[in-house]
Design a protein around this ligand. Structure first.
Ligand SMILES: [Zn+2]
Length: 459
């Protein structure tokens, strides 16, 4: 079973819209109440509140505030869970401390259980395109028209309702369980297959692919070059308008208009980027069966330079890197290759060191690690290759078991699933649906159904 996310646009009527806005407002207030609760308890007793305390307080909360009685209890739990996830990320040091959210920044709510809370009806489903249908939200008593285009459909496990303020549009996003694709390999070893591609992600050339025969490079589209000046100009316009100051003045309609212009530009940029990513990854997935990539550390790569004259340079590099959207690109390539039954191999960067290793003789050159070193010449065997092509070649060699200097390759190595070690603290949003109310304070849920058996780690 694989899990995918499909998003439909909703077309609510005027009356339905009012109900949706009210539900969103109530969920936002609940979210803020949970954040306030955690902050208050921490200040008072220096103890952090956990998810179960807040979840078990929900029935009492609903009695106190009757507005919440109309809403489905599991959706309220899901909102509490959002706060928990935000705090978990904060406590791990990944994110900043969760803030109170204004209604403008509050997107929506989730129905975590596919068996209750919502019902989906797909109206015209041809073989490969699901076009439109209806979603019924039981607690609000609304039946909403929706539209979307997809190649497949399955059993929905969760439903998230999202509002995009700058577009004034509503969406329903489902996670779908689809049946597992027929494996391409069967019982054969993956290496019987010829079509392996390795790609290295870079700055100027976004992607350098190597498939054992030749190189292919895709340049960085640099959408930011087109959009950044426009956004800058629009923000300059915004500064001259009357901005909102809490308790003092309201935003002028010109300010609102200028603000809308900025968010439209940003949305356009990200839509263009997404489109580009989809085109690239679809092409890769349709041409090859095995995709080899490096383990990415986007956060580390795009960390800010602290001081010195390189600060500006690093900021520019970060912008270029983020503009490609490596994380999303990698993920898309992964799910597309898995959907067709292919294989995705992640190379352990620290062990293999693709950018420092000579593809022909396998010698590790420490001086190659410098990013400014664009062209590599091996002292030992005289092999010459541009940096990005070299590391793509090393990765391909490792996957095909042809890399000298590394001992055994993928065949002789034990393949281990890269997701088996994930053990989350209190589970994810999806598991919430399957979870019973629990009084216990220290329950750990092992992420059981996140298995992707065809993801391997090599190196
Ligand atoms: Zn060499």
């Amino acid at each position: 079973m694989t899990n995918r996310r499909l998003t439909f646009r909703l077309y609510p009527t005027k009356v339905q819209k009012e109900k949706l806005f009210l539900a969103r407002k109530l969920h936002q207030l609940l979210y803020n109440a949970c954040v306030a609760h955690r902050r208050f308890e921490w200040r008072k007793t220096r103890r952090s509140v956990d998810y179960f305390t807040q979840q078990n307080a929900l029935p009492g909360f609903r009695q106190q505030w009757p507005d919440y009685q109309q809403l489905n209890l599991t959706t309220l739990q899901a909102t509490v869970k959002r706060v928990d996830l935000a705090y978990n990320a904060f406590l791990k040091g990944i994110r900043k401390r969760p803030k109170f959210k204004s209604i403008r920044n509050y997107s929506g709510w989730t129905y975590p259980d596919g068996r209750q809370g919502f019902k989906v009806q797909i109206e015209c489903s041809q073989k490969y395109a699901v076009n439109c249908g209806w979603v019924t939200l039981n607690d609000l008593g609304v039946r909403l028209r929706m539209r979307g285009r997809f190649k497949y459909w399955g059993k929905p496990t969760t439903c998230t309702i999202v509002y995009r303020p700058h577009k004034d549009e509503w969406y329903a996003s489902f996670s779908i369980k689809t049946s597992e694709p027929e494996p391409l390999f069967g019982s054969k070893s993956p290496l019987d297959y010829e079509s392996i591609v390795a790609f290295d992600l870079g700055c100027e050339t976004a992607l350098t692919c190597y498939d054992g025969y030749g190189f292919d490079s895709i340049s960085n589209p640099r959408f930011d070059r087109e959009f950044a000046p426009k956004i800058k100009q629009a923000s300059r316009q915004l500064k001259r308008k009357q901005r909102p100051i809490k308790g003092k003045q309201k935003a002028s309609s010109r300010w609102k208009k200028a603000n809308r212009k900025i968010s439209k530009l940003k949305a356009k940029q990200s839509a263009r980027r997404k489109d580009w990513q989809h085109k690239i990854t679809t092409e890769i997935a349709s041409c090859y069966d095995i995709v080899v990539t490096e383990k990415l550390n986007v956060r580390g790569m795009t960390r800010k330079a602290k001081k010195g004259k390189r600060k500006k340079q690093k900021a520019g590099l970060n912008r270029a890197l983020l503009d490609v959207g490596f994380g999303a690109l990698n993920q898309m390539a992964l799910y597309k290759i898995l959907a067709k039954g292919g294989l995705h191999i992640t190379i352990d960067t620290k062990k293999v060191k693709p950018s420092q290793r000579c593809p022909r003789c396998g010698t590790v050159h420490k001086e190659w690690a410098k990013l400014s070193n664009r062209y590599h010449i091996c002292d030992d065997c005289g092999f010459e290759i541009p940096r990005d092509q070299g590391s793509a070649m090393v990765m391909w060699n490792v996957a095909a078991d042809r890399q000298p200097g590394l001992g055994t390759g993928l065949v002789n190595r034990r393949c281990s699933s890269s997701t088996d070690s994930t053990c989350k603290h209190t589970g994810s949003m999806r598991q919430l649906g399957q979870m019973k109310r629990s009084k216990s304070q220290s329950v750990d849920f092992v992420d059981g159904d996140l298995e992707t058996p065809s993801v391997y780690t090599a190196g």
